[in-house]
Design a binder for this molecule. Structure first.
Ligand code: MG
Length: 203
């Protein structure tokens, strides 16, 4: 199973990171061991002191495809979930400065909390899905799929040029503004609309 993560897919997040808005989708990948199983706590690792949450809508691919045209991309997924792209911001900064790959900052164990349930796309208005993240009960991120720079169908078409997509592959579709640090003892709760999708305790 592959995990794709889209970078800078919301203009307000690109701005808060002092990054340019990309002209084509930008992605990186996480290992399958990044998935934090629902209900499991996240253990803060010792190699970083600055992990940030990035709450993101997650698309689950439902069949094999390559070179998928945007027109047919909608037939390659049927469910949307919610996850977090945990990022070791201190390590990422060093990687960026040196032009190194991002894996140590992005693909560490448990760095991809994921909702247990996915919502059928028929139940959602895909171009206006509200989602949000609470940290210890306080709203810290609020996003809407209408603000994605590259929409889901565009992302599927783009990614499938480079790699065959397989059933079960996940696409973390990018985070809106409001990213921030986590600390041991925190509780993170993610929502799509009013539906609670996950809860993660930081230990
Ligand atoms: Mg992200």
């Amino acid at each position: 199973m592959k995990i794709f993560c889209i970078g800078r897919n919301y203009a307000d997040h690109a701005k808060e990171m002092n990054s340019e808005v990309p002209s084509s989708p930008m992605f990186f990948m996480k290992a399958d061991t990044s998935i934090l199983r629902p209900g499991m706590p996240f253990f803060y690792p010792g190699f970083t002191k600055d992990i940030h949450y990035e709450c993101e809508l997650v698309v689950k691919i439902n069949k094999v495809g390559k070179n998928i045209s945007q027109k047919f991309a909608h037939t390659y997924y049927s469910e949307i979930g919610l996850g977090i792209d945990f990022t070791a911001r201190d390590l990422q900064k060093k990687c960026k400065e040196k032009g190194h790959p991002w894996e140590i900052a992005k693909s560490f164990e448990g760095s991809a909390p994921l909702s247990k349930d996915f919502l059928p796309k028929e139940e959602l208005e895909l171009d206006k899905i509200d989602f949000s993240l609470k940290q210890n009960g306080n709203l810290v991120q609020k996003g809407n799929s209408k603000d994605m720079i590259f929409k889901i169908d565009q992302l599927i078409s783009y990614l499938s040029q480079f790699m065959t997509l397989k059933k079960g592959d996940l696409i973390y579709t990018g985070t809106p503004a409001g990213v921030g640090p986590i600390a041991i003892g925190d509780k993170l709760e993610g929502y799509i609309g009013e539906v609670k999708m996950f809860s993660v305790n930081i230990k």
